[in-house]
Design a protein. Structure first.
Lengths: 385, 222
């Protein structure tokens, strides 16, 4: 006898037990479909937090106090989409007799617009332009000076003084950005500092550790060069927490569903015990009976899980087209400083995990009824029906 | 030859113990037909189950064609049953999710028949039992007589050495039951199969080579 015979018998059994198979199949279908979708949202939330946190300004890898002997080009390796060069110029900002100590950060406006999202946080005016004596100030600074875009300020560094026009006012909601820093174009600096800062932006999906390894291989072993995971341990921890929570949710959802499925399977198998009794009377061995039951469970799972995964994937793709806007729930959260838009995404692991877990739970749930069928003599089964 | 030596079987335990078979012994030559008669609860079905290996007697020994079936492991006993035995139950006990064709072909699959042989054999049986038009019919769509004919076809499909029939005509009208018995008798002669039938039906007894009369689990006449 070939396995094909048992597979065919199991398929006939499933297809001709229409309503029972449909009910069980739908339970598995919905469990898998929903879990695939929920997983993709969890990944999307993590992605969004990282993107918001690194995309606002800092990039995935940040370096400070880099000697001018190391050029921007040095950081451009495979997997890097852009490297932004910045200079910190400490000084005092003056306006109508008011003063504030702050750090003016000189940036390349065109490159910043390409890779960062700080410009999205401008609440008044516009972003600074290259070669223009303009300054972008925070909402806090603007409030202290009672100043609006178009008005002039003076910035005094150790060596120079600049007359700058306020191009725009931004507000991020993140304390380290909203106080005591301002931005101006590099091109207006009369003398550039000897050391510079870099923000490295990676192509999506590139691992920060891979890039760091490339830098070390190139001899760029700078102690100030750090990944976002090092710089934002709180975010790293939050993402791990999110992953663990998702794992708990998966196990809990499947636990509840599998309890229902286990009961349904037990009823399904026991209500068909007559069939197994007849088979045993015809000489089907107990192990073949168990194999038949497990083949039925596996086939039902494969079909229902496949359909559930496809439905979940379709929902993910549809939701990913527009994204899910959770801005109203994230507006005061620093990890969603730029946008609360969640783009659901599936990883290969999460794509297969719900199906795998459902199959495992269903196989476990089939053990008890299979053992009942295996242990009972066909004469006892046939006598009892 | 089928040989039963001092077969006893009881169900339950303690004060609820019911002795169903007591010290049953008989011999039946190959190719002969034996009927077991007796009232309801006399132990006919239990004896048949013991002879077919579906039940294990508490004591005694059963030799089927030289093999002590109770000494076999469960797996070997199943293999022995699928090859050598054909069961017909009082209620047809067809596999409800298989068609008539699939029910009859099932023991042939179990016994490893090739596809061509399986199809040929099932076609022969369907023709012999006038069931050709029901090949793709589900069991619940058949009448009692048709279903019992299918059960009979399934029991003899693999040409077993021993056919055990537990009141096969009980749920049939007299004429249908008689036709089935005649068919069973004919097949038994053609294939030299040994047939053991439990029954209340006096018409069946006429075809038997031998009859055992069971009362309260004991043979009171042979």
């Amino acid at each position: 006898m070939t396995p094909a015979f048992w597979i065919k018998t199991a398929l006939l059994f499933l297809f001709r037990s229409k309503r029972a198979t449909l009910a069980l199949g739908l339970m598995i279908f919905f469990a898998v479909g929903i879990l695939v979708f929920i997983s993709s949202i969890a990944v999307g939330i993590n992605d969004s937090m990282v993107l918001n946190s690194t995309g606002l300004y800092s990039g995935q890898i940040t370096g400070t106090d880099i000697p001018d002997t190391v050029t921007r080009q040095t950081f451009l390796v495979d997997g890097v989409s852009n490297v932004l060069q910045r200079f910190q110029v400490p000084g005092i900002l003056h306006h109508r007799g008011k003063k504030q100590m702050l750090t003016l950060i000189a940036v390349d406006p065109d490159q910043e617009l390409k890779s960062t999202s700080l410009w999205k946080k401008i609440i008044k005016g516009k972003y600074i332009k290259d070669n223009q004596f303009e300054i972008l100030i925070s909402h806090d600074t603007a409030k202290q000076f009672d100043i609006n875009p178009g008005e002039k300020v003076i910035f005094n560094s150790d060596s120079s003084a600049y007359l700058l026009i306020v191009a725009g006012i931004y507000k991020t909601g993140i304390n380290r950005f909203d106080s005591k820093i301002a931005f101006c174009p590099i091109s207006i600096l009369s003398d550039q500092p000897e050391k510079w800062d870099c923000a490295v932006f990676l192509i999506p999906g590139t691992d920060t550790n891979t890039i760091m390894a490339s830098y070390i291989q190139k001899g760029l072993n700078l102690p100030t060069l750090k990944t976002w995971e090092d710089l934002m341990p709180d975010l790293t921890q939050l993402i791990e927490l999110n992953r663990i929570s998702m794992g708990f949710i998966m196990v809990l959802v499947l636990g509840v569903v599998s309890f229902g499925t286990a009961c349904a399977f037990a009823i399904f198998i026991i209500s068909n015990i007559r069939e197994y009794g007849i088979m045993k009377a015809m000489g089907v061995t107990p192990s073949e009976t168990v194999m038949l039951i497990f083949t039925e469970v596996i086939l039902l799972n494969i079909i229902a899980s496949f359909a559930g995964t496809l439905a979940g994937l379709t929902a993910v793709l549809l939701a990913a087209k527009t994204g899910i806007d959770l801005s109203s729930f994230t507006s005061h959260n620093q990890y969603f400083a730029v946008s609360g838009l969640i783009i659901p995404r599936l990883t290969p692991f999460l794509f297969f995990l719900p199906s795998f877990l459902t199959l495992s739970f269903c196989l476990l749930s089939a053990v008890w009824p299979a053992m009942i069928v295996k242990r009972q003599r066909s004469s006892d089964i046939l006598r009892s029906i | 030859m089928i040989e039963a030596f001092n077969i006893s079987k009881s169900f339950g335990s303690g004060s609820k113990n019911v002795q169903v078979l007591s010290d049953i012994s008989f011999k039946l030559e190959k190719g002969k037909m034996l009927t077991i008669i007796g009232k309801s609860g006399s132990g006919k079905s239990t004896l048949l189950n013991c002879l077919g290996g579906l039940d294990i007697p508490d004591s005694g020994k059963i030799n089927c064609f030289g093999i002590d079936i109770n000494s076999l492991s469960e797996k070997k006993r199943c293999r022995f049953q699928r090859k050598n035995l054909g069961f017909i139950f009082q209620s047809n006990n067809l596999l409800s999710y298989l068609t008539v064709f699939e029910n009859i072909v099932f023991p042939l699959f179990l016994n490893g028949y090739e596809k061509r042989d399986r199809e040929k054999r099932v076609s022969e049986l369907l023709e012999m039992l006038s069931l050709e038009q029901f090949a793709k019919t589900m069991p619940h769509e058949l009448s009692g007589g048709q279903a019992q004919r299918v059960a009979f076809a399934r029991a003899i499909a693999h040409s077993p050495k021993l056919i055990l029939a537990d009141e096969p005509t009980a749920s049939l009208d007299t004429q249908t039951g008689l036709n089935l018995i005649k068919l069973m008798y004919r097949v038994g002669i053609e294939h030299n199969s040994t047939i053991i039938v439990s029954t209340h039906d006096n018409e069946i007894i006429k075809y038997a080579d031998r009859t055992l009369n069971l009362t309260d689990g004991r043979i009171i006449g042979a």
